[in-house]
Design a protein around this ligand. Sequence first.
Ligand code: APR
Length: 250
Amino acid sequence: MNFTDSFLKRITNAEKIVVFTGAGISAESGIPTFRGKDGIWNKLKPEELASFNAFLKNPDMVWEWYQHRRSIIHEKSPNAAHYSITEMEKYFDKVSVVTQNVDNLHRRAGNNNVYELHGNIERNYCIECKRPYNDSGLELENKQVPKCDYCGGLIRPDVVWFGEVLPQDVFAESERLAAESDICFVIGTSAVVYPAAYIPLGAKQAGSCLVEINIEETELSQIADYSYFGAAGKIMPKILDEIKKLKTSI
Ligand code: APR
């Protein structure tokens, strides 16, 4: 893969990095994406599984689906793309990961600054008193939705469902980091879900260099400064190699 001199110059001069990720970065870990040919939403209806109304209508079914997703994720591991981003932390003043993913793989890969716009499937809380639910007691084979130990309320996954508000503090901090970034990598996202997709747009509008890594063109390809088409697990290690060469030769 050849990187242009202008891209390499941007890497050399960059100090603050934002990495905006979607389900595609976890595809090579064996975790299905949502759209595209094998996407989850091709087989299941999001309004029946990933909304608060769906949960109230059939809490056991929604809970079971998240238990199923957790059991898949627990068998998988971060891939070379996740680990490349973690290693990038050594070569820049700050690397911030702003992710739409709830699979916890960036944290498992050791990234220190992770902003989870859509929550984290490993966390749960009570819909009534909002207390976190003790995940250690969470047997994955539990198909029935658990009840809160304090108030008896239903326990739900700490993920943002369709129609719900993103965690405002996380979103605001992500917007600020994107606007201040020198480079905003956009990896494995169709960039069609808002407000999350505003993050790379905000970075671009503030003058950040937008670098897209995807297996195909997306909504962002028209405005990206650089697009590298291929699997993130193959491309990110190559970008890391260039960073190491450039940042250690200074
Ligand atoms: N490497 C890089 N990109 C990949 C790879 C790969 N190995 N495999 C797939 N992709 C790309 C696809 O081309 C697509 O552009 O990843 C993207 C996945 O898009 P989506 O499935 O739409 O996932 P995402 O963009 O994360 O969805 C955003 O939608 O359903 C909601 O809350 C959910 O966070 C999710 C949000």
